[in-house]
Design a protein around this ligand. Structure first.
Ligand SMILES: NC(=O)c1ccc[n+]([C@@H]2O[C@H](COP(=O)([O-])OP(=O)(O)OC[C@H]3O[C@@H](n4cnc5c(N)ncnc54)[C@H](O)[C@@H]3O)[C@@H](O)[C@H]2O)c1
Ligand SMILES: [Zn+2]
Length: 345
């Protein structure tokens, strides 16, 4: 069991990795705490939080909206929550986002904590203090910056996770290694089977290292001005692919990372051998590294990206495996490079 801390407001966040979730009661008193979870997690793991009052939500992107948050406020009222109450989100990234946002806004902010139950939520969504909901089709448009008091990551919860959900998390872990930790990337290459089989020691180390990378970046840049942008590696292309091809998030980010790596190579800052290593690890993890796409649709989606600034867009590119930088790229140049970035090699 290992832990790390993110300083932040309103308080520091303590992230524990490897702690059995059966210890939840020592982190939040059942008499004061309301748990927010989703139906899948409740039916698979509900026994772990039996003494608590539970609010069940729907884990779908379509229901990650304000009306769901309103339903939660209504339950908070019904349960008579006051400023001594505590909210715990137990579930994937959707539950964490909805629970963190509802808690942060009710009574001008109740303390909250997370028990992330997907790999993606453990290494990404539950870490960093950003929580939000979708609005009029725009992802995470409405939200808060507020640290949870704790994040308990128990890898044993992942045993029930469908393999494609595991891969979603794995794509983010590879992203973290690529932008900041060459040693973790090498470890992932060497121990991939252990990671995918959820071998306790291996997965615990990988989750911890991955969280350390995000936590380090977030601590340096809590409100997303500089360093934090690196966490978008693969995501500008990824979001455009999600919108235009119907790929799931992890798959889209996987192809997006390959496109960003190839662009880094084209611009002369990343070695071709490194691009091949990236493609190989994604492929071995069961993630795609290319997809048939309509390039105009992808470019249209990039055109609409909220991170775009005028004729340029800030993209995260790699200097090498383990080191990233943010580079403004002209939309026109990107359009020209698209053929090369999308080619099946
Ligand atoms: N706030 C942030 O910084 C941040 C960062 C990344 C992603 N996100 C958000 O996270 C969301 C995606 O999160 P996700 O990938 O965890 O999706 P999710 O919350 O939809 O969970 C995926 C599926 O797995 C199920 N599930 C959860 N735990 C399980 C378990 N242990 N066993 C079996 N099934 C389980 C869920 O019910 C759901 O059907 C998106 O809405 C995204 O915007 C937020
Ligand atoms: Zn992502």
């Amino acid at each position: 069991m290992k832990y790390l801390e993110i300083k932040g407001r309103p308080d520091a966040c303590r992230i524990e990795v490897g702690v059995p979730v059966s210890r939840l009661e020592s982190y939040c008193d059942p008499d004061r705490t309301v748990i927010i979870t989703d139906g899948n997690v409740r039916s698979l793991h509900g026994r772990l939080f039996r003494p608590y009052r539970v609010i069940e939500t729907n884990a779908s992107e379509e229901s990650k909206i304000l009306s769901t948050v309103e339903d939660i406020y209504e339950k908070f009222l019904h349960y008579g929550l006051d400023r001594t109450s505590f909210v715990a989100g137990v579930g994937g990234g959707i539950v964490c986002d909805v629970a963190g946002f509802a808690a942060s806004t009710y009574l001008r902010g109740l303390p909250f904590g997370f028990v992330p139950t997907t790999l993606l939520a453990q290494v990404d969504a539950a870490v960093g203090g950003k929580n939000g909901v979708n609005y009029k089709g725009y992802k995470n448009l409405i939200g808060t910056f507020n640290q949870p008091r704790f994040v308990l990551c128990d890898h044993r919860l992942l045993a029930t996770l469908p393999v494609h959900e595991l891969r979603n998390g794995f794509a983010e872990i590879i992203k973290h290694a690529l932008i900041a930790d060459a040693a973790l990337f090498l470890y992932l290459e060497e121990r991939l089977e252990g990671v995918l089989a959820l071998d306790a020691d291996v997965i615990e180390k990988v989750i911890y290292d991955s969280i350390s990378i995000k936590a380090g970046i977030v601590s340096a840049d809590e409100t997303e001005k500089g360093e934090r942008r690196k966490l978008n590696f693969g995501h500008t292309f990824g979001h455009a692919l999600e919108l235009s091809t119907g790929l799931g998030h992890g798959e889209a980010v996987s192809v997006g990372m390959v496109m960003a790596a190839r662009l880094s190579e084209t611009m002369g800052i990343l070695a071709g051998d490194d691009v091949e290593r990236i493609e190989r690890i994604l492929e071995n993890a069961g993630l795609p590294f290319s997809v048939d796409m309509d390039k105009d649709l992808v470019m249209d989606a990039i055109d609409k990206d909220k991170k775009r600034a005028g004729e340029e867009i800030n993209l995260v590119l790699l200097d090498r495996i383990g080191a990233a930088r943010v580079v403004p790229v002209k939309i026109r140049d990107l359009r020209e490079a698209m053929d090369d970035l999308c080619q099946h090699r």
